[in-house]
Each structure stands twice: as structure tokens, then as C-alpha cells.
Write a protein that binds this ligand. Structure first.
Ligand code: GLA
Length: 340
């Protein structure tokens, strides 16, 4: 029996929020929390899935929605149009529901364990599974980062043509993710509403997306203004990071947070407080809410020496702290210690 084992990381976005579905720029990195899938191919057309004690069994001839985590697996399997079934054993250390892309990580790990598609196609298939099967209208950032990120680097992705570049993260700095535990309530309806507002603004301007809007055109439209200024921050941030200029990068993170709070309105007060508290620690270059918003996590860029203090400031507000390494995208694995 042929067995394949792959692991896909979670991701955190450093800059470029709510820009992917506007054909803009994003700058995420993968983090060292993983979903690992061991796939044993079968002769029949049955899929047997076991994930940390939960189970799913279905046939390739009728893949139906369950409205649970199983749909991330089922959606990918359906799109792969497999000839033979498989038994999948899934283990994950990516926190669920925190906005660190546990779902994209699961989709990509499953897809890679069952297919040798090139990375770009694999990421697009995983996104289609989420859009069409699960029914969440997310952009391409998460699946792309989880598939194509590189250790020690952020990934600058142009979401219009999917060209990308790996940008080295300077030595001596760490990425600290703080989970506020504020449930991402409204995340789905709020996300769809923001997305629709952007599409409507682009239509009114006669553009195919806000990617092509100028600041002058969106000056009085807060949602669209966020997108235009965020694209600019992302490109400037990538250049700063490449030049080893963490101070400028941190300022751009702070400005992104303010724009997400004031113009895009996806920052609840607790997340604003958390970003402010971590930012106030000496050695923290910048902090912002990360991901879709409405709850979830902040991300901070900090000197190695300041990691502990930034963590303590976040814990004092009840947050859970993850000090993260920028990691590789999906790989045969595990390279490190086996997941339980
Ligand atoms: C979620 C989506 C992404 C992206 C972010 C906001 O994580 O899955 O595609 O739109 O929100 O930047």
C-alpha cells in the first residue's frame, strides 16, 4: 500500500489585509504550526478520514456537504476527481478558529497528500474547495502562503497575476502572534459585506477592481480608501523589509492597523487594546490586527530580546501568545519531531 505523508503550515499575514480579493498585494508568512496528513491509498472508492479522534467516511461517487470541518477535506477530494479512495490520518497543531488559517492548512495538506499538482494549481484548487464546496468567499492569500511560503521569508504576492517573491526577514527579529480569544463573530457576514462594498466601489469607478484605483478617486470612500492605502503600504513594507529596515516596517504595520480600525472597521476594541499594549513594549517595531479581523489575533514584529516582554504584555490582557518562526510551505514531512 502506498503511503504519503505531508505537512502544511498555518499562516500569519504581516501586511496587506483585505487586499487579496481586490486583486492587490499581500505579505504573509507561514508559521511553524502544522497540519500533518498521512494518506494510505486504497483500491476501492472509499475515503476514511480520522482527525484527532473525529471520523468521516464517504464514497468518491457522492461527496456531500456536512457543514463541519469535514467539508475542507471533502471539498478538496471532490475537486481532485480521484480514481481511488484513501485513508487519511490528520494531526494538527494550528490553533483552530484563531485566524491562523487552520482550514487552508488542512485543505493544502490533504490536497498535497493526494496529488502532485504544481504548487500554484494546488493552492487554487484548495481555494476553490473553500469557495465552492465549503461556501466561504475568501481570497487566495491563505492557500497560497500555506503552499508556497519559504522558511525565514515573507511572501509578497500579487493577487492579480499570482506572481510572487520571497522577502527575507532580517536576522534578530521575531514574529509574535497574540490570540485575543475574541471570537470572530460577524466574521462571515462582515467579510462578505466588506467584499461587496469594494466590488461596488470599483464598479462605480468603472474599474474591474480597486487595484487600479488612485487615492484621489477613493479619498471620500473609507472602505475603498483602506484598500488603496493598504496596497501602497504592502509594497513599501516589502521594500523596507528587504532593506532590513524594521523600523519603517513596524510603522507601516501600525498604520495598517489604524486603517483597518478607522476606515475598514474590522477592529473590535479588545484587539485595539492588545495591539496598543504590545506596541508599547520597547523592542516592538509594530503591531496590528491580522487576518479578516472582527476578533482573532494581532501580529507584532519584535527584536528577539523583546519577545518575552511583548508576550507578558499580551498575557496580562488574557491573550495566548505564539512566538513563531517564518516557515516553509507544504512539504513531505515531518522534518521535525512527529506530531502526536
Ligand atoms: C481571510 C481570507 C483571506 C483574506 C483575509 C483578509 O483570511 O481568507 O483571503 O481576505 O481574510 O486579508
Amino acid at each position: 500500500m502506498c503511503t504519503r505523508r505531508y505537512r502544511a503550515p498555518g499562516r500569519v499575514n504581516l501586511l496587506g489585509e483585505h487586499t487579496d480579493y481586490n486583486q492587490g498585494f499581500v505579505l504573509p508568512c507561514a508559521i511553524d504550526r502544522y497540519t500533518e496528513v498521512t494518506a494510505t491509498l486504497r483500491r476501492d472508492r472509499t475515503m476514511r478520514v480520522e482527525s484527532d479522534g473525529e471520523h468521516d467516511t464517504f464514497t468518491l461517487d457522492a461527496v456531500r456537504r456536512t457543514r463541519s470541518w469535514r467539508d475542507y477535506v471533502r471539498g478538496v477530494v471532490q475537486l481532485l476527481e480521484l480514481e481511488h479512495g484513501a485513508s487519511l490520518r490528520i494531526r494538527s497543531t494550528v490553533p483552530r478558529g484563531a485566524g491562523l488559517s487552520s482550514s487552508a492548512s488542512l485543505e493544502v495538506a490533504v490536497a498535497r497528500s493526494l496529488s502532485d499538482l504544481p504548487g500554484e494549481e494546488l493552492a487554487l484548487l484548495a481555494q476553490r474547495a473553500e469557495n465552492e464546496f465549503v461556501g466561504v468567499q475568501s481570497g487566495i492569500m491563505d492557500q497560497f502562503a500555506v503552499t508556497l511560503a519559504r522558511a525565514g521569508h515573507a511572501l509578497l504576492l500579487d493577487c492579480r497575476d499570482l506572481t510572487y517573491r520571497h522577502i527575507p526577514i532580517p536576522e534578530g527579529v521575531a514574529i509574535v502572534v497574540c490570540d485575543s480569544h475574541v471570537k470572530r463573530r460577524l466574521a462571515e457576514s462582515g467579510y462578505n459585506e466588506r467584499r461587496a462594498a469594494c466590488e461596488a466601489a470599483a464598479r462605480r469607478l468603472g474599474l474591474s477592481s480597486l487595484r487600479d484605483a488612485t487615492f484621489e478617486q477613493v479619498r471620500d470612500l473609507p472602505r475603498a480608501r483602506h484598500v488603496v492605502t493598504e496596497n501602497e503600504r504592502t509594497l513599501r513594507g516589502a521594500a523596507a523589509l528587504e532593506a532590513g529596515d524594521c523600523v519603517t516596517f513596524g510603522e507601516l504595520m501600525n498604520a495598517s492597523h489604524a486603517s483597518l480600525r478607522d476606515d475598514y472597521e474590522v477592529v473590535p476594541p479588545a484587539l485595539d487594546e492588545l495591539a496598543a499594549a504590545t506596541r508599547a513594549v520597547e523592542g516592538c517595531y509594530g503591531s496590528r490586527i491580522t487576518g479578516a479581523g472582527f476578533g482573532g489575533c494581532t501580529v507584532s514584529l519584535v527584536t528577539d530580546a523583546a519577545v518575552e516582554q511583548v508576550g507578558a504584555a499580551a498575557e496580562a490582557l488574557g491573550a495566548t501568545v505564539y512566538a513563531c518562526q517564518a516557515s516553509d510551505g507544504v512539504r513531505a514531512g515531518p522534518a521535525g519531531p512527529a506530531l502526536r
